[in-house]
Design a protein around this ligand. Structure first.
Ligand code: IMP
Ligand code: MG
Length: 186
């Protein structure tokens, strides 16, 4: 077996650009949502973005509570399976709460639709959606973001929490995978 080589990544948004956009997003959200909103972070991909976003919320005067939900729609590769599995559910009581769902990227919209459904079933009063990236090219159906950091082209992006076969979540920037590079196959 050939040694594992990861594909090359072409930078799209740098760390400073991401940080500046998040500061702006936090201001937009603070102006619209209640100060004590319940932030529900979709794992795994949302964790890096959310960690920076909630600290920007603090600087913008918000005092949110935080919960997590683990959903999976991708297997090992770069193709969505189309099925969204709930791997770990909500810890907190969401009944009557105003919720802000946070995810890394909105693609087909299925992941967020599943999370939104669950929250409304549990009695959330309102559910808004914030994503760092919007990839509108593959949208299937109704879920749109209320707050969005950047729009990206219809390419597989990695870094800053987004993975390819569980690699690249650690990259401090966001980039696109260069086709035909690397030999990693799950
Ligand atoms: P959706 O359910 O098709 O909207 O896909 C959203 C989920 O798929 C996100 O939570 C991501 O984890 C993952 N995803 C979608 N596009 C990409 C991508 O380009 N890179 C990495 N993960 C992605
Ligand atoms: Mg994800």
């Amino acid at each position: 077996m050939a040694p594992r080589e990861l594909p090359r990544v072409r930078p799209l948004f740098g760390a400073e650009e991401i940080a500046a956009r998040i500061e702006g997003l936090a201001g937009e959200i603070a102006a619209e949502l209640p100060r004590d909103v319940l932030v529900v972070i979709i794992l795994k991909g949302g964790f890096v973005f959310a960690a920076d976003l909630i600290r920007a919320f603090h600087r913008a005067g918000m005092r949110p509570q935080i919960d997590f939900i683990t959903l999976a729609s991708y297997g090992e590769g770069a193709e969505s399976s189309g099925q969204v599995a709930i791997k770990r559910g909500l810890g907190d009581d969401v009944h009557g709460r105003d919720v802000l769902l946070v995810d890394d990227i909105l693609e087909t919209g299925r992941t967020v639709a599943a999370a939104r459904r669950l929250l409304l079933e549990r009695g959330a009063r309102s559910v808004k959606l914030c994503v760092l990236l919007d990839k509108p090219g593959k949208r299937k159906g109704a879920s749109e973001a209320d707050f969005c950091g950047f729009t990206v082209p219809d390419r597989f992006v990695v870094g800053y929490g987004l993975d390819y076969a569980h690699f690249f979540r650690d990259l401090p920037y966001i980039g696109t995978i260069e086709e035909g590079t690397g030999n990693h196959r799950g």
